[in-house]
Design a protein around this ligand. Structure first.
Ligand code: SAH
Ligand code: AVI
Length: 715
């Protein structure tokens, strides 16, 4: 186009970054209008679209009004332009009605280009000076503003050319629409996320303040919906089924006879689409564009999905799981365009830029093929009224995910512990949750294993020392056992001490306790057994009928090793309180030994311990509506020398998200879920533990290797 002045080579090059950014941006507007004739630039095809000539003048007016007007060395180009080219700033006075911008055949384009050159010169002078922070912010806003109009120029020109029966191309060399493939849903854990802009880089006021928001777990498609998918929606009666549409959307369908995206038209039995390259046959694998919010919402409904909220979109974009973020089409979100908590519009007329439009519009995120390079960002909030279609809009789907049933009351404590344990940086859970019915049976199977030496060793030792151990148990004594399980070791004491007439087994596993009680009653008809189901770490109360009787505590199996040091002290103190004056506690504890023996005991060849470990996941799946994939986790048993303990973990084989108890939890490949500690002891560490919890070691017996210890403690 002859009337467009191109920057002449050899002009003084600009080194200040802001002046440079201004010059580059301003020159790009002229590049965009190069394919247009003077006539193309005057016509207004609808009230929403402005003539290109008006865009050229208005963006220039913005710099003149907000930056140059009050400069001593600047004279206004033409005082009438304040009326002609103000867009919507009430604070700056009356203006040409929006729908009549196309009636401005005067001033001619040559004058507008001269106006641009005049303001350009003023801006160049201003940009050589030291700008105040406020002025610099306004220059950046002016640049971003004109970039928005660069996108509007393409939107409006496309709309104008689409009205012509000739369907001319804006520029035949415009790149074709990006090709794609159907999207795949990506599971996102949600939770507390931060969204919005913060920091020194430019952003519009509506992107701030950055703030925290809560997201339910959700899925979001990595790609945009493509034309073939849209055709399936159309063929399934997408535009003729009111059940798919919002009421206002259905009213639009009927009022305007919508039956396809905005720029689609039928040629025989194939669909064509008006584009900047002219009329083109629909590319089935290209993302669908130029659709209203109502169409996007109807499609999502039809597809069994929904639109993402803007917070979901931004969180997923920040996590890098989205493709086609900003280079294809703006993506409708399900979020109304509203101020963020704490939003403050700028002072003065410029405060009208965004804030006053915060009603009746929906947010679009991303960016489009029409957006100038470098203009968009992940926090960018574009917005349009829900019925608009002339902008380059597209659709990305999201959906809710099933997150398990709310636990019933019985499981409330379990659910709370699972949620807390899986939310922590190091995922963990108390080993007490191993012992449901299946877990207790698996533990008994472990006790039979060749590698699991503790049961065998402790049993042999107890058998040998039983007579000494029970020698001074008084008549009428009550045996109180903590974590009694199958009560097998108990028999060794009962056999040696017939003076014990009452037995109180305490266990968290109701099934184990029931079976043990039945068997013991059959084998010891004179023994009175009073089982107590419960967590022995929280206050346990003994049957009041036993008050005043001599109490002997029994805590075999090295279950003491499953506590942390702090928990062990707290437990031993509680037991001391529970058993009262002159109390005695018979404690079994596994001793530190070589790593190979230890690791084999917790990682047996038959995989029983692995099954015991994974039973925790089975239990979570069953009781808390979890969806753990047992094959996606490996059993791991490791010796931790710093803490002198064996550790069991479940190691995630891949990046995955698991849902349970109404929450979603992300696991990285290789990440560990810590399920058990089994501390091993030395004579010193055990003596210290006893001393710290108010007990004294009275006598002790250590088995030959693999070493296991029995300790008789007195209060
Ligand atoms: N004493 C038996 C069983 C040891 S297995 C033996 O030496 O072979 C550990 C036992 O403690 C299991 O029966 C388990 O159900 C129980 N247990 C684990 N944590 C518990 C808790 N917090 N409260 C009560 N019982 C618990
Ligand atoms: C019950 N407790 C002492 C057993 C232990 O050795 O820590 C539980 C167990 N874990 C794996 N194997 C056995």
């Amino acid at each position: 186009m002859d009337t467009v002045p191109h920057p002449t080579p050899g002009e003084k090059t600009e080194h200040r970054p802001l002046a440079c950014a201004f010059a580059k941006m301003h020159a790009h507007t002229l590049v965009l209008i190069a394919p247009l004739s003077a006539e193309d630039m005057v016509v207004q095809s609808m009230p929403d679209a402005s003539p290109v000539k008006w865009h050229l003048a208005h963006t220039t007016w913005f710099f003149e009004t907000f930056l140059l007007k009050n400069q001593p060395d600047y004279t206004a180009f033409d005082p009438d332009y304040a009326y002609l080219f103000n867009s919507y700033y009430e604070a700056l006075g009356p203006r040409q009605p929006r729908a009549q911008r196309g009636l401005l055949t005067r001033p001619p384009i040559a004058d507008i280009l001269a106006y641009r050159a005049h303001v350009d010169a003023g801006m160049n002078r201003l940009l050589q000076t030291d700008l105040t922070a406020d002025a610099e912010a306004l220059v950046r806003l002016g640049i971003a503003h004109e970039e928005q109009h660069q996108e509007l120029i393409l939107m409006d020109v496309l709309h104008l050319l689409a009205q012509s029966p000739l369907k001319p191309a804006y520029c035949p060399r415009t790149p074709a629409d990006a090709r794609g493939k159907p999207g795949r849903f990506q599971l996102r854990p949600g939770g507390l996320v931060d969204i919005g802009h913060e920091g020194p880089d430019f952003a519009f006021d509506n992107e701030a303040p950055r703030h925290r928001t809560w997201l339910q777990p959700f899925e979001i498609s990595d790609r945009l919906v493509i034309n073939s998918e849209w055709l399936a929606f159309m063929q399934d009666g997408g535009y003729s089924r009111p059940d798919l549409w919002l009421s206002d959307g259905w009213a639009q369908v009927q009022a305007h006879g919508w039956n396809a995206p905005f720029y689609w038209q039928k040629d025989g039995d194939r669909w064509q689409e008006m584009s900047l390259r002219g009329l083109q046959t629909i590319a089935l694998d290209a993302p669908v564009t130029h659709i209203s919010y109502y169409e996007a919402a109807a499609y999502a409904h039809w597809a069994g999905a929904r639109l993402p909220t803007e917070a979901e979109w931004e969180a997923a974009a920040a996590d890098g799981v989205l493709e086609q973020v900003d280079e294809v089409a703006w993506q409708w979100t399900g979020s109304a365009y509203l101020p963020y908590p704490g939003f403050q519009p700028g002072a003065g007329a410029v405060g009208e830029y965004n804030g006053k439009f915060m009603s009746g519009q929906m947010v679009l995120r991303g960016g489009s093929a029409f957006t100038p390079a470098g203009h968009a960002r992940p926090t960018y909030r574009n917005f349009f009224a829900p019925e608009k279609r002339w902008m380059r809009s597209g659709i990305r789907l999201a959906r809710d995910i099933a997150i398990g049933n709310a636990p019933d009351d019985h499981d409330a404590g379990f659910a709370a512990d699972v949620v807390r344990g899986l939310s922590a940086r190091q995922k963990s859970l108390s080993p007490k949750y191993f012992y449901d019915a299946a877990g207790s049976e698996l533990f008994e199977a472990i006790c039979q294993l060749e590698e699991y030496y503790p049961t065998r060793t402790e049993t042999a030792l107890l058998t040998r020392i039983a007579p000494e151990l029970v020698a001074d148990i008084p008549d009428n004594a009550v045996l109180v056992e903590f974590g009694s399980g199958a009560s097998d070791k108990t028999r060794l004491l009962l056999d040696a001490a017939p003076q014990i007439r009452d037995y109180v087994p305490i266990d968290i596993s109701e099934d184990a306790l029931r079976h043990a009680t039945l068997r013991l009653k059959a084998a010891y008809p004179k023994l009175s057994v009073t089982p107590v189901v419960g967590d022995f770490t929280t206050a346990v109360t003994l049957p009041s009928a036993l008050k005043g009787r001599p109490l002997i505590g029994f805590f075999p199996g090295s279950t003491i090793g499953n506590f942390t040091h702090t928990e062990a002290i707290a437990f031993l103190r509680t037991v001391r309180g529970l058993l009262g004056q002159n109390a005695r506690l018979i404690l079994g504890a596994d001793m530190v030994k070589d790593e190979a023996t230890l690791v084999a005991a917790y990682d047996d060849a038959l995989g029983v311990t692995a099954q015991f470990n994974k039973n925790l996941l089975v239990r979570i799946n069953r009781d808390l509506g979890g969806n753990f994939d047992l094959d996606a986790f490996d059993h791991l048993a490791v010796w931790n020398p710093d803490y002198e303990r064996m550790e069991m973990h479940l190691v995630s084989r891949k990046d995955q998200i698991v849902t349970t108890a109404g929450h979603a939890f992300a696991f990285k490949a290789g990440e560990r879920f810590h399920t058990e500690n089994s501390h091993k002891f030395t004579l010193t560490s055990l003596a210290r533990l006893a001393a710290e919890s108010g007990w004294k070691i009275d006598r002790q017996w250590i088995s030959p290797a693999p070493e296991f210890g029995i300790f008789s403690l007195t209060a």
